[in-house]
Ligand binder design. Structure first.
Ligand SMILES: Nc1ncnc2c1ncn2[C@@H]1O[C@H](COP(=O)(O)OP(=O)(O)OP(=O)(O)O)[C@@H](O)[C@H]1O
Length: 479
């Protein structure tokens, strides 16, 4: 038990005790114990004190360009590798760049969604995960893209685009399913912009981060006195979206009762605020997203209504042929921001990025590229800029130096939907069956991130056969 607390102690630095209290409440949800500091001297004293080693990360909750760099320098003097996450008001990429240049490990725009902060903390402070790879720093640099500007040519991605383009023209609900970071919200916004409702608002509610006891009031609104603390009338998000699009992120997290109310709104076009006897007519198009198939206990009639049109986004690892174009697109986006400059990316770097599994999908790719872009001194990113990714890409069927033509590699991979295994030696002769088999097994281990039961199942062999082959072919899974 003590071990758990010691492993997850978080230093919160802010002059305002309220800010510290709010962050402490969020962090405690993920099991962090917190210690607060109102200034840099106190923070340094805590890090140098008897419990200093227990602190696993620090959050500067009000980034200030004038004092921030000195504060980070002071923290770094005490602990050079401490993950430091800076928070600042939304609106300035320049602040993000400043904070990162000053040595922050990550930067988040306020107000920070609790999930985002916890993800960033986990990504930076949990040594079992690659440093910062899931961090959402590049999040702010995400322009609204039209459907035809979305990057991707893999067949599954094109199929998703085709469904989205067709659905944009009507007003029926849409469900977008895809792993975290695969582009669900981006798709939803592009669909809205391609629809006849584009001139009206798209209103987003993140169902996962709104507490169950206030979600009804958030969505449907409430009347004064509807519940203790409801002093004034509140217009719900559904009414705000009237004439436009309501985007419900992670719709599977809605409580059962709210699902029933939402189902009625969709069926009747009428919204009844909490505590009100009457109702308002609304005209909304619902786009719901979910990072996994809707849960088994999800209200069947609502599930049927919202999933009649389903857009399924492939994970990035299943469209690694799109990575070169995506990487160039993302670098182009970053280059437009103040303090950033145009950067190209070399074939060696692309080969590494294409071999990696990307559990955080396009968001993770954007984060990794953004960090590399900030740290690079040259005009082109090379493999050296991606050490964490290179380490994790090591189980690969294709050596980057055996595939110098990334254009060809990307077309091949796009056709296969994943990095392939080369059949030919560099002298043009076929490779032996054993070599090809070994590569396929390495590729499968990398693709399923070392989950041997899944590797065996996907390769259609038993686990014991898999382990025998690892021995016979000299494949070292711990390499
Ligand atoms: N096809 C694409 N082309 C260009 N950029 C993309 C594409 N897909 C995703 N992105 C970028 O990747 C980032 C993550 O996308 P987005 O927020 O839409 O993912 P998500 O699936 O909604 O994530 P989450 O499940 O965590 O909410 C954004 O910066 C977005 O602009």
């Amino acid at each position: 038990m003590r071990e758990e607390v010691v492993l997850r102690s978080l230093l919160l630095i802010d002059a305002d005790a309220n800010e510290r209290r709010q962050l402490s409440a969020i962090a405690s949800r993920a099991g962090w114990s917190t210690v607060g500091a109102s200034c840099d001297e106190t923070a340094a004293a805590i890090l140098q004190g008897p419990h200093g080693r227990e602190v696993r990360a620090a959050v500067l909750s009000s980034w200030d360009a004038e004092n921030g760099p000195a504060l980070i320098a002071a923290l770094r003097r005490c602990r050079s590798t401490l993950p430091i996450i800076a928070l600042a008001d939304a609106g300035s990429i320049a602040q993000a760049v400043d904070a990162m240049r000053a040595g922050a490990s990550d930067f988040l725009a306020k107000p920070v969604a609790p999930e985002r902060l916890l993800d960033a903390l986990a990504a930076h402070a949990d040594r079992r995960r690659a440093a910062g790879e899931l961090a959402p720093i590049s999040e702010k640099i995400a322009p609204e893209l039209m459907l035809d500007q979305l990057v991707g040519s893999a067949p599954a991605f094109r199929a998703a685009l085709a469904v989205a383009a067709k659905a944009a023209r009507n007003r029926l609900p849409i469900l977008i399913v895809g792993e975290p970071g695969s582009g669900k919200e981006t798709f939803a916004r592009s669909i809205h912009h391609a629809s006849l409702r584009a001139k009206n608002q798209i209103v987003k509610v993140d169902c996962k981060s709104v507490a169950a006891n206030i979600i009804d009031s958030e969505l449907f609104g409430h009347m004064p006195g509807a519940f203790p603390g409801a002093f004034a009338e509140r217009v719900g998000r559904i009414v705000e979206a009237d004439g436009g699009t309501l985007l419900l992120d992670e719709v599977g997290s809605l409580p059962q009762e709210t699902q029933e109310k939402l189902d009625r709104v969709l069926a009747t076009g009428e919204v009844r605020p909490v505590g009100c006897n009457g109702s308002n007519s609304v005209d909304i198009r619902l786009i719901a997203t979910s990072s996994r198939p809707l849960p088994g206990d999800f209200l069947p009639s609502l599930a049927e209504r919202i999933s009649a049109t389903t857009v399924t986004l492939p994970p990035l690892r299943e469209r690694s042929g799109d990575i070169p174009t995506l990487a160039r697109h993302l670098l182009g986006r970053f280059a437009e921001e103040p303090g950033m400059r145009p950067l190209s990316i070399g074939n060696d770097a692309l080969a590494i990025l294409m071999r990696y599994g990307w559990p955080g999908n396009v968001r993770q790719l954007a984060g990794v590229l953004f960090r590399a872009a900030l740290q690079s001194d040259g005009n082109s990113l090379t493999a050296n800029e991606f050490p964490h990714i290179a380490i994790q890409s090591r189980f690969s069927g294709r050596r980057s130096d055996a595939s110098p033509d990334i254009g060809k590699l990307s077309t091949d991979a796009a056709m296969a939907g994943a990095p392939g295994v080369t059949l030919y030696r560099q002298d043009g002769h076929l490779r032996s069956l054993e070599e090809i088999e070994a590569d396929i097994i390495r590729l499968a281990i990398g693709h399923y991130r070392g989950r041997m039961t899944e590797v065996a199942r996907r390769l259609g062999i038993g686990r014991s056969t898999l382990y025998r082959k690892l021995g016979e072919l000299g494949i070292d899974t711990a390499a």
